[in-house]
Design a protein around this ligand. Structure first.
Ligand SMILES: *Cc1c(COP(=O)(O)O)cnc(C)c1O
Length: 446
């Protein structure tokens, strides 16, 4: 990016910050015009202290480091920043008490209608959606009460307790199902799968972004539906494309979960369980504020409304618009480091989860005297702190991305507007002078 481009960016951000502060004072959301602005201008990490105004900055007060997210929608990195209309909806929801059950039902039905599903239960994340899907399926199969789950599951009172999963689709989120007292029945071949259905089967779980698909989705659905068993699809991180929000329910998946705080950019502790109304109604019955297994997974009014606003926001966006903006950011960073000896760049898009462009910065660690992992560590401890994609330096890339051996991987979709120029300059600085990172000094103070 040219100097004048950089300067315009900072000037624009100063304007946005001022106008945002003014609008925040009257409780309004800023309306932003540019593509980058769709994601919301925020206070740059470097100058945040100066702009606190009347509102204390609790991150600063607590001594918590604000980071630049050049990684992705990782829970440990607080996932997405909510866009301005979502932040405004969350703030407005905080002003009035409501009856939670009414809000849950109406918000769920609104989202279901928008996303072409019969029903929707807003959960406190995709992991919680998987728990509620399992509880709903246990209840549907056994006719038990929510309070029987998990204590009576697997006893003569609630005998049906088996969930069928492919061996290659076992993952850490299995714990979300085990909370309901179920057992997993593992299958490998299609024949195994056909033979796995029995009197105690309650549900199947399928991991959409698994490294290997194994049994095809259509075969999986056909066999289960011959036995009248509901199929849950975990598509937590699998948007964009936006149409995935209705594609899988349209294919016949009975239940599909999405994380609310990943690509949808809702509150981090929100998620969607979309699907057959008969089952999403049971998911509601097992959710907080009842005494079911979802009681400890409370979704507050702010998150319920925030999730509705996030779905509305997503439906104003386009895959092409996102792709253009994330690629532009990758090109800004790539352009800023391309004069470093041995550096070449490429853009790689993951096939299913995190299906967005990622910038790869390849270089010769021997010639530059620094390794990928050292660069990553230096950026992490610099000011502002920058987190690169966790597959940086890894022999095997995650989610179908190529290996990051000798490559820095820069995720651009979770950056705040303007972060790309800071990331480009800091990477350039470390690659050309590996011993020093230090403070980032913006050329134009905003
Ligand atoms: C992120 C993720 C989850 C959990 O989503 P949360 O909204 O953080 O609960 C579940 N499954 C998969 C495949 C994921 O990527």
């Amino acid at each position: 990016m040219s100097d004048s481009g950089t300067r315009n960016l900072y000037t624009r951000r100063r304007f946005l910050r001022t106008s945002q502060a003014a609008l925040a004072a009257v409780g309004a959301a800023p309306l932003l015009g540019t593509a980058a602005a769709a994601f919301g201008a925020t206070t740059p990490a470097t100058t945040a202290k100066k702009s606190a105004g009347a509102q204390p900055d609790y991150y600063d007060k607590l001594g918590v480091t604000k980071i630049i997210n050049a990684a992705g929608t990782y829970t440990a990195l607080s996932s997405a920043v909510m866009p301005p209309p979502v932040r405004a909806a969350v703030a407005a929801a905080a002003l009035h008490p409501v009856r939670i059950a009414e809000l849950q039902r109406k918000a769920g039905q609104y989202i279901a209608d928008k996303l072409k599903a019969e029903g929707c239960c807003i959960s406190c994340g995709a992991s919680s959606a998987l728990t509620l899907a399992t509880a709903a399926s246990v209840q549907a199969a056994n006719g038990c009460r929510p309070t029987d789950i998990p204590s009576k599951v697997g006893t003569p009172a609630v005998p049906k307790n088996e969930v069928i999963v492919q061996k290659i689709h076992r993952y850490g989120y299995d714990n979300a199902m085990f909370l309901c007292g179920i057992k997993v029945v593992e299958v490998v071949t299609l024949d195994d799968y056909k033979n796995a259905f029995g009197p105690n089967t309650v549900m199947t779980n399928y991991f959409n972004a698994a490294d290997e698909e194994g049994i095809s989705q259509q075969d999986w659905l056909d066999v289960a539906h011959q036995h009248n068993i509901p199929c849950h699809l975990d598509a937590a991180a699998d948007m964009p494309p936006i149409s995935n929000l209705w594609k899988y329910t349209g294919m016949g998946w009975d239940l599909v979960c999405f994380s609310g705080g990943k690509g949808i950019r809702g509150p981090q502790n929100a998620g969607l369980l979309l699907g057959k109304k008969r089952l999403t109604d049971l998911a509601h019955a097992n959710n907080s504020p009842g005494d079911g297994v979802g009681r400890g997974m409370k979704v507050a009014k702010e998150q319920l409304v925030g999730m509705v606003a996030a779905v509305d926001w997503v439906l104003t966006q386009t895959d092409a618009g996102w792709d253009k903006e994330f690629t532009r950011r990758a090109n800004v960073v790539g352009h800023m480091v391309k004069d470093v000896p041995t550096v070449t760049t490429s853009i790689e898009t993951a096939p299913i989860a995190n299906h967005v462009p990622h910038l790869y910065i390849h270089f010769d660690p021997v010639k530059l005297g620094v390794t990928t992992v050292e660069v990553q560590a230096r950026l992490r401890t610099g000011t502002p702190a920058i987190e690169l994609h966790p597959s940086t330096g890894a022999k095997v890339g995650s989610e179908g991305l190529p290996s990051g051996t000798n490559a820095l991987i820069v995720g651009t979709w979770m950056m705040n507007p303007g972060d790309e120029a800071i990331v480009g300059r800091q990477i350039h600085k470390v690659l050309t002078n590996p011993k020093s990172v230090g403070e980032y000094t913006p050329r134009v103070r905003g």
